[in-house]
Design a protein around this ligand. Structure first.
Ligand code: HEC
Length: 152
């Protein structure tokens, strides 16, 4: 019995991270859908030259919602003030349906999002791709991010 539980726990531990990580290369491809409205740029380097309809997504994983230099909607700012910090899980829920996500975070069905786009597939991969532009995962992720944008 003890042995069975231990093995089950080990399987969960192994399965968890693999699922959460996502496919960065596919995420990079899928980001084309976000690019119309979002740029990814640090202070000194542009990784993805995209639109300006939405905020810069550089370092968005680990960032408090609504804190870039951008004219956000009130609901997103309120969510940030309530303590919303993006991670690879909640950002998937956000991109799946921003308005429904904000309504849930704020407990307010009247919440509004200025992002009307809904991502219906590959959210985990896009989340993994975005994580390569965050400090917390800079180790080792830097190289792949650079390789991916070479030549653009
Ligand atoms: C049609 C334009 C458009 C597209 C396409 C789009 N977004 Fe957005 N996005 C926006 C706008 C506008 C906002 C600001 C929302 C607000 O203020 O309520 C935003 C906000 C965000 C935020 C919140 C950032 C912050 O600083 O709080 C994230 C995360 C995000 N978008 C991710 C994505 C991802 C990932 C995709 C592709 C799967 C995507 N967006 C596609 C327009 C877009």
């Amino acid at each position: 019995m003890t042995r069975f539980i231990t093995m089950a726990a080990a399987t969960l531990l192994l399965a968890g991270p693999a699922f959460a990580e996502g496919d960065v290369a596919n995420g990079e491809k899928e980001f084309r859908k976000c690019k119309a409205c979002h740029t990814i740029a640090s202070a000194d380097e542009v990784f993805v030259k995209g639109g300006r309809t939405g905020p810069n997504l550089y370092g968005v994983i680990g960032r408090t919602a609504g804190t870039e230099d951008f004219r956000y909607g009130d609901s997103l700012v309120a969510a940030g003030e309530a303590g919303l910090v993006y991670d690879v899980d909640n950002i998937q829920a956000y991109m799946t349906d921003p308005q429904a996500f904000l309504a849930e975070v704020l407990g307010d069905s009247g919440a509004r999002s200025k992002m009307t786009f809904k991502m219906r597939s590959d959210q985990a991969d896009v989340a993994a791709y975005l994580a390569t532009f965050s400090e917390s995962s800079a180790d080792g992720a830097d190289a792949s991010a650079e390789a991916g944008t070479d030549g653009s």
